[in-house]
Design a protein around this ligand. Sequence first.
Ligand code: ZN
Length: 445
Amino acid sequence: MERVDLIVRGDSVIPMEGSHSVIPDGAVAVKGSKIAGVGTYGEISKKFESDNVIAGEGRVVLPGLINAHTHAAMVYMRGLADDLPLKVWLEEHIWPAENRWLAPEFIADAVELAVAEMLKAGITTYNDMYFYEIVGADVAKRLGMRAVLGVGVIDMPTKTTAGADECLERAERFIKKWRGDELITPAVAPHSSYSCSPDTLSKSKALAEKYGVHLHTHLCETEGEVEEVKKKHGKTPVIFLDEEGFLGENVLAAHCVWVTEEEIEILARRKVGVAHCVESNLKLASGIAPLVEMLDAGVKVGFGTDGAASNNDLNIMSEMSTAAKLHKAVTRDPTALNAHDALQMATRWGAEAIGMGALTGSLEEGKAADIISIDIEKPHLSPQYNIFSHMVYAARASDVDTVVVNGRVVVSGGKLLSADEDEILLKARKWGEKIRAVEQGQAAS
Ligand SMILES: [Zn+2]
């Protein structure tokens, strides 16, 4: 008998290791930060013993969900400006608000709220791009969240940097500080092909390659962006980035709404990961990404929430449900994006898209113990025939019961254990009052 630190049981365990397998009366054994075994409870209890066994009646156990594209700190701008065209929303509301508010204290408190929201929704890894990641990293780590944090790189001066070179220096310092950490994975995040010059893109690429880290960028989110890049460089963003030598296996491209068949083929060939941000794209009326075509071409696609200012929540379960239904209607094919594939996007494929596939995204021996369990003893989850369709079409983020990240139980019985939730909500309310007073004053003047 091998002693382990934790055993997580479930009426069903869905390993998502590539097969459609579901283990009835299953269990996952955890030793330290890693998964020591996955099997039926009978098999696991013959090999492992633990003082800490999480009961599995009425529970489904899954790998933790992956949020492949977000800007966590934007939760404090949730609902600040809605129902507006992207340009007005961004240029008249979000950018001015960012200019007024971005500071380390704002980021620390906002990221704490975002991480609390994500952990409680079963997200165990998020792939971020923003400013002051140095502050966000401490918060994510303290709350026990796994995060890939991309230091934003942009040519135009912002409140926090004078230009791209300063962003790149900051990114290098951040990489040196955090590389090798168990929970925080540094990355370089050149904002987009319209806001970064060829020189900035190639410096970002060189920096990522120097340290073996991932690149995170926005790509073909809107039709206007494609037109702008065409005007500037005489070609569409995907072709432009490809000819610049930017695209590769270490790139995560968010959105990819306006991509042609030829460009999808390039993304597949270069093994670029894509974050499908369906709810943000719908809300900002950016368009609908050709998800089915990308998956058919072999592109690695996961789900991203984007920032909460354009979503308005950080909830991968609802992204799954929305996408699985939307793409059926769009393609007029009810077999498009079936429940199993939607769940793969939320877990294993999402992890692969952001370069974390070897570590997380499925329940397999040797991988990190990033595990969630869903409470299915609820009216809206009864009766139960197909567990995949249940998870995609009926389960909600609020059904998440237990969350384990890197072997640490951070949510239990739906309650956050790694931080004081009341305090987080109080801080959010105070910031909200301050921000409302200033932003509404600005709007009135
Ligand atoms: Zn974004």
